[in-house]
Design a protein around this ligand. Structure first.
Ligand SMILES: [Zn+2]
Length: 304
């Protein structure tokens, strides 16, 4: 995407399909490439395949609409870099259905509101590259980039240096943005907190009238859901790290929340009201997802 702003170097190519880079970028991002893209064996259209795969957490799909979806970029220029994509495999706006273009446009305001609240960014670059010659890495499936910007971030946005320094891991950013985008698109101001122990087999809950209850938090109008969750988690267990999304894997299914994990060696402190219960009992079929957070290297992984 050619950036009209002075001072920001033009990226070398579309980040949706940036090949392995030498040096630091490869070292930093190789685990994610293997985990999410399937190494060099990934073939076909990356957007179509992820849309067909119903595991939105692993695919980094933030929202599924009727004609378009939002997906986080695996090779972000900046934290929170995401893309708005028509469901239909079309190369450019002139082939896209009007409904898809309308839905992509309609997704921009809620996306910006969610990103601004979650990341406290100062601005955005929004743009589409049509065709490989214009810089589109995935040239045959239209996608619109939304890149959060911070004052002075060009100073440490080292595209030309071949390194991408991200202040947090993608699963944590995904969880934060998904929570607030859902909220923008008709969800509530309340968020569920899934707090797991270091072994990821126990979760903090208490018995409610109709089953187990997890800690919850309500965010203020200007507050991101993850910040409200952070406050609630601090009250319950003290030290814990946001590690990703726990709950419904598909964005179209209700339920889910932000997963926090206590550090290695620390007990899942259970107060008088909260019990450290087997994850399978409380989370049911969502329990394996908590274990996945470990497999994905979200705990103490690269960049920490
Ligand atoms: Zn496609």
């Amino acid at each position: 995407m050619k950036c009209p702003n002075a001072g920001l170097p033009a990226p070398p190519s579309d980040p949706a399909s940036v090949p392995a880079q030498p040096g630091d970028q490869q070292r930093l991002w190789a685990p994610w490439r293997m985990r999410y893209v399937g190494g060099s064996g990934e073939s076909g259209c990356v957007f179509c395949r992820r849309l067909a795969d119903r595991d939105d957490v692993r695919s980094l799909i933030l929202h599924r609409g009727r004609h378009a979806f939002a997906i986080m970029n695996l090779y972000p220029y900046n934290t929170g870099h995401l893309m708005l994509v028509p469901n239909e495999h079309v190369a450019g706006p002139e082939q896209a259905a009007p409904e898809a273009l309308a839905e992509m446009a309609a997704l921009v305001p809620p996306t910006l509101r969610a990103l601004r609240r979650v990341l406290r960014c100062d601005g955005f670059n929004i743009g589409i590259n049509v065709g490989a010659d214009a810089g589109a890495g995935v040239a045959d499936h239209l996608h619109e980039h939304v890149v959060p910007r911070w004052e002075g971030d060009a100073n440490f946005m080292p595209i030309l240096a071949g390194t991408t320094v991200m202040p947090e891991l993608i699963p944590a950013t995904y969880a934060k943005v998904r929570a607030d985008l859902e909220r923008e698109l008709g969800g509530s101001d309340e968020v569920v907190c899934v707090i797991v122990n270091a072994g990821r087999d126990r979760v903090l809950a208490k018995e409610g009238e109709d089953g187990w209850r997890l800690p919850r938090a309500v965010a203020g109008p200007e507050e991101a859901l993850w910040q409200a969750a952070r406050r609630a988690v601090d009250r319950v267990v003290g030290e814990a790290e946001l590690v990703g999304w726990a709950g419904a894997r598909e964005t179209t299914k209700a339920g889910g929340g932000l997963a926090f994990a206590v550090p290695e060696g620390a007990a899942l402190a259970a107060g008088a009201r909260w019990l450290a219960l087997p994850a399978g009992d409380v989370l049911g079929e969502d329990a394996p997802m908590v274990a996945d957070l470990v497999d994905d290297g979200a705990i103490g992984g690269a960049g920490r």
